[in-house]
Write a protein that binds this ligand. Structure first.
Ligand SMILES: [Mg+2]
Ligand SMILES: [Zn+2]
Length: 439
C-alpha cells in the first residue's frame, strides 16, 4: 500500500476523529435491560435532612437496643453522594431534582437544569406517560422544594405561585400535605376542582374519599410539628396520609408512583432541636414500616428510602435512658411524652445550622433494587426507579445531558483529543512514508 497524497493523510486523520467520537458516544450511552419486570409500583420515601445519625437516633429513642428501625433493615442499602453539578453542598431543590430527573443541577432549581434553560422530565411525569396513577405526600406545604421537584418546573424554589400553577396542570392523582394559603396553593384550588379533584381539608373528610383525583391541604402553610399536635387534631400525620394515599392509588387498578416526604426532619436539623427531630424521624420511620410490610407481600412493589442531604452535622454521643421505650399499648399522649423524655436522655452533638455534604442512605427492596449496591449518587436513584417503569435507565433529554454535565462538553473533550491524535498520526505517517519513498 502506497500513500500518494496529502489528502489521504487528512482522510485518515478524520477517520480517527470519527471513530474516537463514536466510541465515546458508546461509552456514555447507558445500555438498558429489557427483560425484568415492569411496570412495578414505586414508593419513594425522602427524609429531608435525614443523615444516618438521625436514623440511629430515632431507632434509639423509639426502640432502644432491642429492635431495629425499618429504614435500617432493608435487603439492599448503601450511601450516596448528594453533591450538586458544581460540587456545592445541595439544597432540597437541587437534590430532589437529581432524584426526580437523574440530572444534577444547581441550588434552587425545581426540575430544571443548571442554567434553568431546560425543563427536566421527572420520574412522576414518566410514570404518568406510562399509565401510572401518581401521588405526592409531604408534611410541608406542597409547593415546597421537595414535592415541587416532582411535578413542577421552575428556575427558583421560591416561586410558589408558578409552582402551584404547574401543580394544577400536572394531573397528579393524590396530593396530600399543607398549603391552602393564597401564597402557596390557595389561588389554584378552584382550578383543581374544575379538573374534577375532590378537595379536602381535614382528616375526617380525607377518610371518606374513595376515588382519585384528590387534593388534601390540611393547613395554610406546613403541618404543625408533631410534639405540638393533640390526639384529637383534625390534621392527619405523615403515616395517616401515606396509608390513605397507598389505599387510593392501589384502588385505581393502575400501577402507581408515590413520593412521601418527611419534610420537617430538615427543620429540626436547622433548629438543632433533637426533640423536634425525634418526633419527625419516628413518624417517618412508622410510615416506612407500614409500606415495608405491604411491599413484603407484593414482590412487584419497588420501595426506596433516601434523604436529600444531611442537616445539622448531627451526632449521637452517648445515652442514659431512664424512661421506658414507648409501647404499642401506650396512649397517644404517653407515647408522645416518652419520646420527648427519651430524646432528652440522649447526649447529642450539632455541628451546624445548615446542610452538610455527608453521604445519605439509599435503601430499598423490590424490582431493580439490587442496583442500590452500585449506586453512587442521587441520579442513580432515578435510574433504579425508571427501570421499574419502562426498563430504561436514562433521564429523558440524556442526548444533551450525561447525568450532570452537558454531553457536548464530553464531545468537545473527545473531539479535541481525537483531533490531536489525528494530527500526530498524520505527521508520523507522513514521516514513515517519506522515509520509504527515500529508500
Ligand atoms: Mg423538603
Ligand atoms: Zn434545609
Amino acid at each position: 500500500m502506497k500513500f500518494q497524497s496529502k489528502s489521504t493523510y487528512f482522510t485518515l486523520a478524520i477517520l480517527v476523529v470519527i471513530v474516537t467520537g463514536l466510541s465515546l458516544h458508546q461509552k456514555f450511552s447507558i445500555t438498558t435491560s429489557a427483560l425484568d419486570t415492569y411496570p412495578s409500583n414505586i414508593i419513594l420515601f425522602i427524609g429531608d435532612g435525614m443523615g444516618l445519625e438521625q436514623i440511629y437516633f430515632g431507632q434509639l429513642v423509639e426502640y432502644g437496643l432491642s429492635n431495629t428501625s425499618s429504614i435500617l433493615s432493608f435487603p439492599y442499602n448503601t450511601t450516596v453522594s448528594t453533591a450538586n453539578v458544581d460540587g456545592t453542598t445541595t439544597d432540597s431543590a437541587a437534590s430532589a431534582t437529581a432524584i426526580s430527573t437523574g440530572v444534577k443541577t444547581k441550588n434552587g432549581r425545581i426540575a430544571t437544569n443548571w442554567n434553568a434553560k431546560m425543563d427536566l422530565t421527572t420520574i412522576l411525569e414518566i410514570a404518568k406517560q406510562n399509565g401510572y396513577a401518581t401521588g405526592l405526600v409531604a408534611t410541608s406545604h406542597l409547593t415546597h422544594a421537595t414535592p415541587a421537584s416532582f411535578a413542577a418546573h421552575d428556575p427558583s424554589r421560591g416561586n410558589y405561585q408558578e409552582i402551584a400553577e404547574d401543580f394544577s396542570q400536572a394531573n397528579v392523582s393524590v396530593m396530600l400535605g399543607g398549603g391552602f394559603e393564597e401564597k402557596y396553593i390557595g389561588n389554584y384550588i378552584s382550578d383543581f376542582e374544575t379538573l374534577g379533584y375532590e378537595y379536602v381539608t381535614n382528616e375526617t373528610a380525607l377518610a371518606s374519599v374513595t376515588d382519585v383525583p384528590v387534593l388534601g391541604l390540611f393547613t395554610g402553610g406546613s403541618l404543625p410539628p408533631l410534639q405540638t399536635m393533640l390526639e384529637n387534631s383534625t390534621i392527619p400525620t405523615l403515616s395517616e396520609m401515606t396509608i390513605k394515599a397507598i389505599d387510593l392509588l392501589n384502588s385505581t387498578g393502575q400501577p402507581f408512583f408515590l413520593m412521601v416526604e418527611g419534610s420537617q426532619i430538615d427543620w429540626a436539623g436547622h433548629d438543632n432541636d433533637e426533640i423536634y427531630l425525634a418526633h419527625q424521624i419516628i413518624e417517618f420511620e412508622k410510615a416506612v414500616r407500614y409500606v415495608k410490610n405491604l411491599a413484603e407481600q407484593n414482590s412487584d412493589w419497588q420501595l426506596l428510602v433516601t434523604a436529600d442531604h444531611e442537616t445539622g452535622g448531627f451526632s449521637v454521643k452517648d445515652y442514659s435512658f431512664i424512661t421506658e421505650i414507648p409501647l404499642e399499648t401506650d396512649s397517644y399522649t404517653e407515647k408522645l411524652d416518652k419520646r420527648t423524655a427519651r430524646a432528652q436522655e440522649v447526649d447529642v452533638g450539632w455541628g451546624t445550622g445548615g446542610h452538610t455534604d455527608t453521604e445519605v442512605i439509599l435503601a430499598g427492596m423490590g424490582p431493580y433494587t439490587d442496583q442500590i449496591l452500585t449506586a453512587e449518587h442521587h441520579i442513580d436513584t432515578f435510574s433504579i426507579m425508571r427501570q421499574a417503569i419502562d426498563g430504561e435507565t436514562d433521564p429523558i433529554g440524556s442526548d444533551f445531558y450525561l447525568g450532570h454535565l452537558p454531553l457536548y462538553f464530553y464531545y468537545l473533550i473527545g473531539l479535541s483529543s481525537a483531533a490531536l491524535m489525528g494530527t500526530g498520526l498524520y505527521f508520523i505517517l507522513k514521516n514513515v512514508i517519506r522515509r520509504r519513498q527515500n529508500f
